[in-house]
Design a protein. Structure first.
Length: 253
């Protein structure tokens, strides 16, 4: 008979008070988890909050993620952009709140002309750490660069919105100030030209309508005059015809 069989057949195994009796004999208490440990020196040691598994694991992942960012930055400096992007993406997989990874990836996107993705990364970084100086700086620079690109594409209103967003993030940004002022002036000038063009178009439209009325009136007048002349001519012919019939010689029988 093995140990399990002996244990399950013992009277104490089925006794509901067995555990309490055992605690009493061994001098154990349920008041503290340390009372159940036979490793008293360890169980009585006070563990700080940052030394528990979750905290230690988070710290390890953070360090691992930062090391990955550092590798990505090295690739970035060597213009190995695809490898750098892989490192930054992996760093964010390890630690989704790694601000440095977001900023580094945003800088890479901006460098490649992917302004919308870059802006999203910088804004995400600032959501976590609103005082991050590089994230603030790069965000304003990227918004301004994106505005210039939109201007080249003819998207002037969207470009102006980018400049205004840049100024909202940094009112002292001279490039954003300059571009916003120039574009605002250009848009106002264009709007004024469009209004003037529309005014002239309406004036020309009114002039043509008046001319059309004059032409139509003249046409009706001529038509009426022509009809009157025709009626007068018909009356004259009828009159001559009547006179001729009276003046004709009598027929000989």
């Amino acid at each position: 008979m093995d140990y399990i069989d002996k244990l399950t057949r013992s009277s104490g195994f089925k006794n509901p008070s067995c555990v309490n009796n055992l605690k009493s004999v061994l001098g154990l208490s349920t008041a503290s988890p340390q009372s159940f440990s036979f490793l008293r020196p360890i169980s009585m040691t006070e563990i700080k909050d940052g030394e528990y598994y979750d905290s230690l694991r988070k710290s390890q992942r953070s360090k691992w993620s930062m090391d990955t960012v550092a590798s990505g930055v090295e690739c970035f400096k060597k213009h190995q952009y695809e490898d750098a992007l892989k490192h930054f993406n992996y760093a964010l997989e390890i630690d989704t709140e790694n601000v440095e990874a977001m900023v580094a990836r945003g800088a890479l996107y901006a460098n490649k002309g992917k302004y919308e993705k870059a802006i999203k990364d910088f804004e995400s970084a600032l959501t976590i750490n609103h005082t991050h100086s590089n994230a603030k700086k790069y965000l304003v620079e990227t918004q301004t660069a994106y505005g210039r690109e939109l201007e080249r594409q003819g998207e002037f209103k969207v470009a102006l919105r980018c400049y205004r967003e840049a100024l909202a993030d940094n009112p002292e940004s001279e490039p954003a100030k300059t571009r916003a002022a120039l574009l605002t002036a250009a848009l106002e000038k264009k709007a004024a030209e469009m209004r003037e063009k529309e005014r002239k178009r309406r004036e020309e439209e009114q002039r043509l309508k008046k001319l059309q009325k004059i032409i139509e009136k003249d046409r009706r007048h001529k038509k009426h005059k022509k009809k009157s002349k025709k009626r007068s001519s018909d009356r004259k012919r009828h009159h001559y015809s009547s006179d001729s019939s009276h003046d004709s010689p009598p027929h000989k029988h």
